[in-house]
Design a protein around this ligand. Structure first.
Ligand code: NDP
Length: 449
């Protein structure tokens, strides 16, 4: 059962539904934030008077464009590109690009909306945005990927810039794609403008620790939640979904902190390795050879591959969903709790359905929502922008230390805000309110724009 909305907020939500028909992921993301904001309006009536919530729910700008390209057989292909520049009250729009066949406006708007609050939580000067395309990179040659990225940037370049909008990676967009897009931006604009994209290669403006940041950051956040309960990762059985960028570095950091990760997955199935996931093998298969995760069992004879199965049926104490939205539903959440799960940290964006969230909260387990737990990626992107602005590059240890401090601060802000609003340990409430208030105050200060 969804939490009822405050009577001042319900009509705003109804208006969002009417103005954005069919965009169900966007509706879900908006509702989750609005459910937390009733008490904020009571303490801050000026937010209602100046229609801050109504304004925050409406993107500042939405761009949809054609992306034509030619495949290896000489056939013309057409995809659709998106960039939603959601809110620039705190800084230039900042958020990744997702290339996946499921992408449509509703997905990009949900991600862009979440990004506003996540970026605010980092404490760094970045607004919220998101973009992408329904292009499917799976099975494409490097040449096809390059031609697609070049065509995509040929339109996107006019909307972005280091002081305007700074895209990065997300699902289907990693270092290779950022390289092709940066090359095209540089060629069209005749500017070597490092700060226009983050997630760049290390020898051309990238930041050490950016590749690791989302996964490491999510584990740092869970570690803080565990510490708040006088516990830690040592000896914990952990389940991680996905086998992409976030998953790989989540697994690495858990292992460094003494936990044992027994699963990983892709969209076809999952691996169960009771002895602990062999991370070097996953990296070889996924980062270097770009193969499917089922091949893992060819090299680890004791591990099992389950095609299409439900990864959350594997008992674990810590679950870190790191693949995609709505991957944990109410039934999965119940299974996790029954199997003794004590903490969930979301590496992915909105991976738990509203029913799943209320089951975790009802069971009083430590539940860290994505907009707080996975903010380490964008925070380190902002650190990359800082290095670009002063033409500097920092070493791994000091960048990682900054990341860790940022995640500790996010945890502290969420924890204290939940306490202040009368629901201790509710990180959803804490993250939504802490993220919202900073943006709302900036919008108030800037007048009606
Ligand atoms: P990658 O493309 O590197 O990896 C995605 C992984 O998730 C792959 O294993 C992929 O499997 C799996 N996956 C993707 N879509 C689905 C699906 N519909 N069903 C099942 N599995 C799926 O992406 P990232 O690791 O970068 O992103 C993962 C999540 O983390 C996303 O929710 C993203 O928004 C979020 N995130 C990422 C950040 C970053 O810095 N990269 C920052 C903050 C959040 P397959 O190969 O079969 O598609």
């Amino acid at each position: 059962m969804a939490t009822p909305l405050d009577e001042k907020i319900e009509p705003i939500y109804q208006e969002v539904l009417a103005r954005n028909p069919g965009e169900i992921e966007f509706h879900q993301a908006v509702r989750e934030v609005l459910e937390s904001l009733g008490p904020v309006l009571v303490k801050n009536p000026e937010f209602a008077e100046h229609k801050i919530i109504e304004r925050i729910c409406e993107p500042e700008r939405q761009i949809i464009f054609r992306v034509p390209w030619v495949d290896t057989h000489g056939v013309v292909q057409i995809n659709r590109g998106f960039r939603v520049e959601f809110n620039s009250a705190l800084g230039p729009y900042k958020g990744g690009l997702r290339f996946h066949p499921s992408v449509y406006l509703g997905i990009i708007k949900f991600l862009g909306f979440e990004q506003i609050f996540k970026n605010s939580l980092t404490g760094l000067p970045i607004g919220g945005g998101k973009g992408g395309s329904d292009f499917d990179p799976k099975g494409k040659t490097d040449g096809e990927i390059m031609r697609f990225c070049q065509s995509f940037m040929t339109e996107l370049y006019r909307h972005i810039g280091e002081h305007t909008d700074v895209p990065a990676g997300d699902i289907g967009v990693g270092g290779r794609e950022i390289g092709f897009m940066f090359g095209t931006y540089k060629r069209i604009t005749n500017r070597w403008e490092a700060g226009v994209l983050t997630g760049k290669g290390l020898n051309w403006g990238g930041s050490l620790a950016r590749t690791e940041a989302t996964g490491y950051g999510a584990v740092y956040f869970v570690d803080e939640m565990l510490k708040a309960r006088k516990d830690n990762f040592d000896g914990k059985i952990c389940s991680v979904s996905g086998s992409g960028n976030v998953s790989i570095y989540t697994i690495e950091k858990i292992q460094q902190l003494g936990g044992k990760v027994v699963t990983c997955s892709d969209s076809n199935g999952y691996i169960y390795d009771e002895k602990g996931i062999d991370l070097k093998l996953v990296q070889q298969l996924k980062e270097i050879e770009r193969r499917r995760i089922k091949d893992y069992v060819n090299y680890r004879k004791d591990a099992k591959y389950v095609k299409g199965g439900n990864i959350w049926e594997i008992p674990c104490q810590v679950a870190m969903p790191s693949a995609t939205e709505n991957e944990i539903n109410g039934k999965d959440a119940r299974i996790l709790v029954e199997n003794g799960c004590i903490a969930v940290g979301e590496g992915a964006n909105m991976p738990t359905t509203p029913e799943g969230i209320s089951i975790f909260q009802g069971a009083k387990i430590a539940y860290g929502p994505g907009k707080a737990a996975n903010a380490g990626g964008v925070a380190t992107s902002a650190l990359e922008m800082q290095q670009n602005a002063c033409r500097d590059s920092w070493d791994f240890a000091s960048t990682d230390q900054k990341l860790q401090r940022i995640m500790q601060n996010i945890h502290k802000d969420c924890f204290e805000m939940a306490d202040k609003y009368g629901d201790p340990g509710n990180y959803v409430l804490g993250a939504n309110i802490a993220g919202f208030i900073k943006v709302a105050r900036a919008m108030l200060a800037m007048g009606v724009v």
